[in-house]
Write a protein that binds this ligand. Structure first.
Ligand code: NAG
Ligand code: NAG
Ligand code: NAG
Ligand code: NAG
Ligand code: NAG
Ligand code: NAG
Length: 368
């Protein structure tokens, strides 16, 4: 499906590039997202296509649409650092409640250094420029000092922050795991909806991340694992106030030894359930199962705080992967959303010794 209302132009420079490189990923387009909500219906693209994996999936963003969120995170190998960056094109840039902003373009970042937590919120952008080229894209939230840029084969990705953003520097990602959608690798014609009218794509399930930020005058530098996904909808995430389309969800990603793992478990308020898993090794997908996947949560019986999850994914004849998340640091704990990092241990099939690594997770429960 092509969105008719999308401003899409082929650039002369990319035409000459494609003529010389004969690259089948050479399709390019520019979309300018205006700074405020639009009038009229918002249409969304929920079917995957050959290009624009990471692109803008909506025709416009009206005042009741969730809009689109480009999400990035990284956890250091030693677990001391955690960073999350969110690029919003949304009148309601929140996972915990319905907001009603006229202005829709903003960037948020949260950084944890040991037990210290820092955050930055951008000014509203004057416009966002989304340049899609092949599977990659770059996005510039004009006036915020924040942008991200992925090469067209998605082999490198950088997220850059400069003044007036209060945290400056960059997050570089070199992906080590191929992109995926729920229950599928990155293929054409996949239904990307994780709930009715809520699209999700995971261009970078796992990456080598190199983070170099300046936070409140201090250098924050680390290497670790990185991740990037995007979520979009032409309808609201909250029907009213805090009444979310989710009853519960549990998302996480991590790496153990050679395995990159992503899980996404959703109980929708409408009774829809989804359990989606992903495992890759050495740049090859071992499975994107949506059946034979279970994620069991563990809670501290006295505080009722989440302590961890047991993740089990059946990969057919490649065996079953078992991974244990042990929550180490909770950074966000707001209106039912709990986000942070932890230790991940696990094993595939009858491998003798367990692998160890780190993970990032979010757990949401509407009953709080
Ligand atoms: C570019 O996109 C158009 C429209 O989606 C498609 O028909 C064409 O095959 C694409 N070309 C390349 C080189 O990918
Ligand atoms: C936004 O678009 C959706 C989907 O087309 C539509 O249902 C909704 O009524 C629109 N909202 C406004 C305020 O126009
Ligand atoms: C975005 O990508 C295009 C095509 O690769 C490139 O010409 C342009 O410089 C990039 N812009 C940014 C901000 O990275
Ligand atoms: C982003 O940061 C990286 C690493 O510092 C740098 O190589 C790159 O040129 C920066 N890109 C932009 C658009 O500023
Ligand atoms: C930022 O640095 C200043 C001066 O070093 C310090 O007083 C302040 O507490 C720091 N802010 C945070 C959030 O750590
Ligand atoms: C979804 O899961 C819940 C329990 O988590 C269950 O009560 C409900 O019946 C399931 N819905 C469907 C459609 O399977």
């Amino acid at each position: 499906m092509r969105l008719l209302a999308r401003v899409s132009i082929l650039l002369a420079s990319s035409l000459s590039l494609s003529a010389t490189t004969l690259n089948i990923l050479s399709n390019s387009s520019v979309v300018i997202i205006p700074p405020t909500v639009s009038n009229g219906p918002t249409r969304a693209e929920y079917m995957s296509s050959a290009h624009g994996l990471d692109g803008f999936k909506l025709s416009n963003i009206n005042s009741t649409a969730f809009g689109e969120l480009w999400f990035f995170d990284a956890v250091s190998d030693d677990g001391r650092y955690w960073v999350v960056a969110s690029f919003w094109a949304s009148p309601s840039p929140s996972l915990t409640m319905q907001l009603r902003n006229e202005k829709i373009l903003s960037v948020q970042m949260v950084v944890r250094v040991d037990d210290d937590i820092y955050s930055a919120n951008s000014v509203f952008a004057e416009a966002a420029q989304i340049f899609t080229h092949g599977k990659g894209m770059n996005g510039t939230w004009k006036g915020t000092g924040s942008s991200f840029s992925g090469s067209e084969d998605l082999s490198t990705y950088s997220i850059n922050f400069s003044s007036p953003f209060e945290i400056t520097g960059s997050i570089l990602m070199e992906p080590v795991a191929p992109a995926h959608y729920k229950c599928s690798s990155d293929e054409v014609g996949i239904d990307t909806q994780i709930l009715p009218e809520l699209g999700w794509a995971n261009p970078i399930p796992d990456a080598q991340a190199t983070v170099a930020l300046k936070v409140n005058g201090t250098d924050v530098k680390f290497k670790g694992i990185g991740y990037h996904d995007l979520t979009w909808s032409n309808t609201p995430l909250f029907r009213s106030g805090t009444d979310s389309v989710f009853r519960e969800y549990n998302w996480g990603h991590g790496r153990i030894g050679p395995y990159s793992i992503v899980w996404l478990v959703i109980a929708g308020s409408d009774g829809t359930n989804l359990t989606s898993g992903y495992v890759s090794k050495d740049g090859i997908i071992l499975g994107t199962p949506c059946s034979d996947v279970s994620v069991t949560l563990r809670f501290n019986p006295s505080t009722e705080q989440i302590q961890g999850s047991s993740v089990r994914m059946g990969l057919g004849d490649k065996g079953t992967i078992h991974a244990e998340l042990e929550v180490e640091k909770i950074v966000i704990n707001d209106a039912g959303v709990i986000s942070g990092s932890g230790r991940l241990r696990g094993v595939l099939g009858d491998e003798g010794s367990k692998h160890a690594g780190v993970a990032s997770f979010t757990y949401y429960n509407s009953v709080h």
